[in-house]
Design a protein around this ligand. Structure first.
Ligand SMILES: NC(=O)c1ccc[n+]([C@@H]2O[C@H](COP(=O)([O-])OP(=O)(O)OC[C@H]3O[C@@H](n4cnc5c(N)ncnc54)[C@H](OP(=O)(O)O)[C@@H]3O)[C@@H](O)[C@H]2O)c1
Length: 390
């Protein structure tokens, strides 16, 4: 069922109106983005599958009780509503981005509107970037990876490479520190976890993407504030963005979310093959999405992005991006990108966030760059790890 509430925005014409639609406004990221944008005076319209849950989330975000909401329960139905409603920006937080992002982004482009999501998997990020030429023709800006994941490391690489020749090798590490909310994991997060297992690992060698083991190259990172965490190789949007931002032929990316224990890493290839069967994938997403978790405070005060860049002449630069709680920073990044797009500060095309709006975006959203200040033991391998490709 699809029903649309009363509009409180300006009338739709040939171009987009002034509304910002938030798909998944009842979810963790969606609620955070809605509250930030309402506080900044933007015309926010929640989009989701339950009018009651949207009303509650809207009230929490500061929307009036009679505010417009759009009820739609699939990417296709949401796209139909977007084509009819012509919002200026659609923020997509419903997850399963490889599937939902192109459908919703194309609907945005049909009205000259803009699109933002928080995808951080290879298939989704590459899929959205593939819409670049269409977006240029439509005069729309599409931004994927607008969260801690992609922006923290992308912005660092762009900063470290500013006004320098193309480096030889780049490594990025992404360690979000997140407050866990009590309740079901949800299908958005479950889809991300299952798809990461199916995808396995990836790295760039001689300028080409090659398969790698998920969890490869595990290491313990020691952050500038003295805390530490394990991180291991993963295929991610961060890898793609680090490659694009640097042009380096050798690029690796690690994440604290990737499994680093030897036992788990040993069974991952088999698990990935099993989950690539569509019926098993659906079942696993359903099961995992229903798993309930207890509330838990974030393990560290800060989330950290890290990048090491090496040039052929032996020059090496290292930097950190310090952010707060990972989900809050993601909502800050999306809200900042959305506000800039709504205000007309963007180039048409499909981009990762720093490519669209510059590396300074990471600081505007509340992060702090710590450049050329190596950690006490930068990226120490965990012992059983193979080295980086030479
Ligand atoms: N890049 C980053 O650093 C980063 C950081 C955080 C999160 N993320 C990603 O962002 C996404 C959102 O995360 P989250 O924690 O906010 O997830 P969440 O709390 O589960 O929220 C998902 C939202 O999407 C809605 N939704 C799901 N399926 C829908 C459907 N078929 N039709 C309409 N609405 C639907 C849900 O609505 P209901 O209320 O009806 O369930 C909910 O509002 C995830 O993919 C996550 O992996 C990325």
């Amino acid at each position: 069922m699809t029903e649309t509430g009363e509009t409180n925005g300006t009338a739709s014409g040939d171009r987009a109106n002034d509304e910002v639609w938030i798909v998944g406004a009842t979810g963790r990221v969606g609620r955070g983005v809605a509250a930030r944008l309402v506080a900044r005076g933007l015309t926010v319209v929640p989009v989701g599958r339950s009018r009651e849950r949207m009303a509650a989330a809207g009230a929490e975000a500061g929307l009036p009780a009679d505010a417009k909401a759009v009820v739609a329960d699939s990417a296709e139905r949401i796209a139909d509503e977007v084509v009819r409603g012509r919002p200026r920006v659609v923020v997509n937080t419903m997850g399963d981005y490889a599937v939902t992002a192109p459908v919703i982004a194309r609907a945005c482009m049909s009205g000259g509107g803009h699109y933002v999501d928080q995808a951080n998997d290879v298939v989704a990020v590459e899929g959205l970037l593939a819409l670049h030429d269409e977006a240029v023709r439509a005069g729309s800006t599409l931004v994927t990876g607008a969260g801690f994941g992609v922006l923290a490391t992308e912005a660092l690489v762009a900063k470290l490479c500013e006004e320098r020749p193309v480096p030889h090798r780049v490594r990025v590490d992404s360690v979000a520190s997140v407050d866990v909310e009590a309740g079901a994991l949800g299908t958005a997060l479950a889809t991300g976890i299952v798809d990461a297992l199916v995808m396995g690992g990836r790295r760039y060698e001689n300028g080409r993407p090659v398969a790698a083991r998920l969890g490869a190259d595990p290491r313990r990172l020691i952050f500038p504030d003295g805390t530490s965490a394990k991180s291991a190789g993963a295929a991610s949007g961060e890898l793609i963005a680090a490659h694009a931002a640097s042009g380096a032929p050798f690029v690796t990316a690690t994440s604290a979310l990737a499994p680093s224990s030897p036992l788990l890493r040993a069974v991952l290839p088999l698990l990935g093959r099993l989950l690539s069967v569509p019926a098993l994938r659906r079942h696993a997403v359903g099961l995992l999405g229903r798993v309930t978790v207890n509330a838990a405070p974030r393990p560290r005060a800060h989330s950290w992005g890290h990048a090491v860049v090496e040039w052929p002449d032996g020059t090496r630069r290292e930097g950190w991006l310090r952010a707060g709680e990972g989900m809050g920073y993601t909502a800050d990044v999306t809200a900042t990108v959305t506000e800039l797009l709504a205000g007309g500060s963007s180039r048409p095309g499909a981009w990762t966030p720093a490519a669209a709006l510059g590396p300074g975006l990471a600081a505007t959203a509340g992060g702090t760059f710590v450049l050329d200040r190596p950690s006490p033991a930068p990226g120490a391998p965990l012992g059983d790890a193979p080295g980086e490709p030479q």
